[in-house]
Design a protein around this ligand. Structure first.
Ligand code: ADP
Length: 169
């Protein structure tokens, strides 16, 4: 069973085997975590994402799935890109959010990554309520974390940190 740790800060300052990106399906960058990862990781990440679009994902990466690229200049070996669902009031998309965590861990396991860092997927631009996003993240990681040694959640602000602390306890 993996150790679960919480950190407040910027995910691009972390050092780990794999850093998970809250990407969008284009894989070609965006705001929030995605923008920060491409800025700090440099052009090698985008170059590999373009190749992924040309080869395996011509229509983009579907929501709930995950794929790895180089981590460029980040202190990691891989970036694992996953596409969270946009929050919906009328439709329960929790299974897709859980799938992001599960698929990212599956990819990490296949790569042989033993430390994996996650942001709070979907809780930014995609509008997922932080408390519910934290609950789904912790529940899912607890049941699938046997493939890695350490899972670290990096929360940007105190509100996110507290939500994950509550979900963990
Ligand atoms: P999504 O589109 O999946 O909602 P975002 O990147 O907009 O993804 O936001 C996901 C979460 O990551 C939000 O809680 C946001 O506050 C947080 N966040 C944004 N930038 C960073 C960063 N550099 N490091 C860690 N967390 C971040």
């Amino acid at each position: 069973m993996a150790t679960i740790r919480l950190v407040q800060g910027d995910i691009t300052s972390e050092s780990a085997d794999a850093i998970v990106n809250a990407a969008n399906s284009s894989l070609l960058g965006g705001g929030g975590v995605d923008g920060a990862i491409h800025r700090r990781g440099g052009p090698a990440i985008l170059a590999e994402c373009r190749r992924l679009r040309e080869t395996d994902y011509p229509a983009g990466l579907p929501t709930g799935q995950a794929v790895a690229s180089t981590a460029g200049d980040l202190n990691a070996r891989w970036v694992i890109h996953t596409v969270g669902p946009v929050w919906s009031q009328s439709e329960d998309r929790s299974a897709l959010l859980a799938s992001c965590y599960r698929e990212s861990l599956r990819v990490a396991g296949e790569l042989g990554a033993s430390t994996v860092v996650f942001p709070a997927i979907s809780t930014g631009v995609y509008g997922w309520p932080m408390d519910d996003g934290a609950r789904i993240a912790i529940e899912t990681v607890r049941s699938f974390a046997h493939v890695v040694e350490e899972v670290r959640f990096v929360l940007f602000d105190a509100h996110g940190y507290r939500a994950f602390e509550t979900a963990l306890s």
